[in-house]
Design a protein around this ligand. Sequence first.
Ligand code: ADP
Ligand code: MG
Length: 728
Amino acid sequence: MSTLRFYAIKKSLNRKPILIEEKERRSEIFGSNVFNEATMRQFLTKEAFNSVMAAVETGAKIDRSVADHISTGMKEWAISKGATHYSHWFQPLTGSTAEKHDAFFETIGNGLAIEKFGGSQLVQQEPDASSFPNGGIRNTFEARGYTAWDPTSPAFIYGTTLCIPTVFVAYTGEALDYKTPLLRALYAMDTAAVAVCKYFDKNVKKVNTSLGWEQEYFLVDSALAASRPDIVQTGRTLLGHSAAKGQQLDDHYFGSIPARALAYMMDLEVDCMRLGIPVKTRHNEVAPNQFELAPIFDEANLAVDHNSLLMDVMHKVAERHNFKVLFHEKPFAGVNGSGKHNNWSLSTDTGINLLGPGKTPMSNLQFLTFFINTIKAVNDNEELLRAAIASASNDHRLGANEAPPAIMSVFIGEQLTNVLNELENVTNGKLSPEEKTELKLNVVGKIPDVLLDNTDRNRTSPFAFTGNKFEFRAVGSTANCANPMTVLNTIVAKQLRDFKIEVDKLIKKKEMKKDDAIFNVLRDYIKKSKNILFEGNGYGEAWEKEAAKRGLSNHRTTPEALKVKVSDKSIKLFEEMGVMNKIESEARYEIEMEEYILRIQIEGRVLGDIARNHIVPIAVQYQNRLIENVKGLKEIYGKDFKKFAQEQLNLIEDISGHISSINSDVTRMTDERRTANLIEDFEIRANDYCFKVKPLFDSIRYHCDKLELLVDDELWPMTKYRELLFTC
Ligand code: ADP
Ligand code: MG
């Protein structure tokens, strides 16, 4: 193994940046591989074009005969760009994207062939789906799943394949993917938000959800990554002593981007431009070899597709640059992990950002309405929001010694806190004209100025208001954003629906004016949502104690966090909002728990293998050398040998101590795994993996890392942190 380590180091040291030449302006190539509006106008009949646009804008159904025209136009365009195949592209619950390529090529007899792509192939496909996770929904022998075209996310060409974004559902109608519940949640949000907007502007017909994700990642030289079985198989290092220099000097964050990494980013960005992914920002992150990439925000469904596609493209481009991209939330102990901030806002078809300040008191009251309803939704559903970001890998951030914590809270800044405090004192019942004028002038009316000042950003908050959007920061870097976006939009949609009912009731029953009713309901919400508001340092014991007093949940592990997904309240919520039925909620819970188990199981196996078959033999080998040395000293010095061999003797004993601890811990871990594997009930099995198997990882690692400090560097088989993290 050590030969592999040194071979990899040598290889990595000889790498040069692989520079690409950008011949065209980015604005010129943007979207050139996307079947977007401009391209559709060119390749579709007017009827076909109008039909797609109506589907995008109002969700109108596309007629089968029109679908034939659309597919023909799409095929002509794709072939003109060099595509040979088409594929339904979807996001099953495996966490990655799925595609099955079919050629346009078709034979028509007599040795003749044509290129064909009919409407039916565009609209629906039936991948052999029995191997995707389904949580017991789809018995492979009874019913199959199918993919169906999602016209709201445009088709694109990647490589030589025309990719058609699709949903993936069982024949019985249940969703088997991330996109379906997201689309339903976005629809629920649209409906609920439009109804509330009507209080302020009758012309609003549609509310779109916007998402701007920020993708953090690590780059590791591909040869170095390949030399570590843990990185290859689990995406993270399961052991490795910290390098002397980590991130203590803060010299990486926003530092000058290393040449090889920059060449990679440029190449990647050009691919993104062609695919219509509007990437804009790139920079070094806090940890060595850690970077971030962020686009201009987009409609949420499209932004989610873009992020899933991006993660795939990042892997592919990395191959060209001899890098491996690590999306894992904590690939290296001792330095920062990676997240994927989800910047979220709502905008109307009249061009208003509902979470941004407006120009008039009325539009600012509208802002406050959406702002306070969001806070209330998070307050009432903090546990569900925590569950939406739970995964084995994200457990290393949330609940470990790293911000953000596993406790959900909302940060709004000092100025908006003051605004809420003032609103809390609004009169109960009808407001006097003076009070209303005062409110409109001095509280609501001042919001734009207040927000201009809202620059203090609390970086430790899991959910922060940042001027014109909320930033959900606890999302993990490996996550499919659809999951948190589905939950966030569902809880806020439900909250807006309740708000509308309450306001209407006051208007009707108490004969209140609309503004009075809104102020009254908002005042109550502020009073009820106090527990979730927190401006302080988001992690550490003080906040944990305080949060416990407030009754906020603090689920540090995935099995504990996920459970709320199947509480009566959650199941009812998703059902009521038309996002998921009971079967779907339960299936997802089971799938995520099973995934958790499998991830820990794989890590356990890999760690056991590395510790026992790579590290212990090398430690023994080194120990033998020491023994030889001691024997030699004894030969020369006779009974005085200890004077010269004491250090070696100490080392021999230390090594034996670590070897014996590793062996007993690995044996215990293997036994715990065996016992857990026999448990039928997945909840109990997940808990066993979480509380009995996983804790042993730490002590195995501890002893291996100690050996790393003792054993001759020449012999050490695992590429070290200082080599992995500083050669890029
Ligand atoms: P940070 O300081 O956290 O890095 P930025 O201000 O650079 O954040 O913005 C990060 C992301 O927020 C970008 O992807 C950007 O497009 C997105 N964003 C900006 N405004 C909005 C908005 N109104 N809705 C959703 N996302 C937004
Ligand atoms: Mg951010």
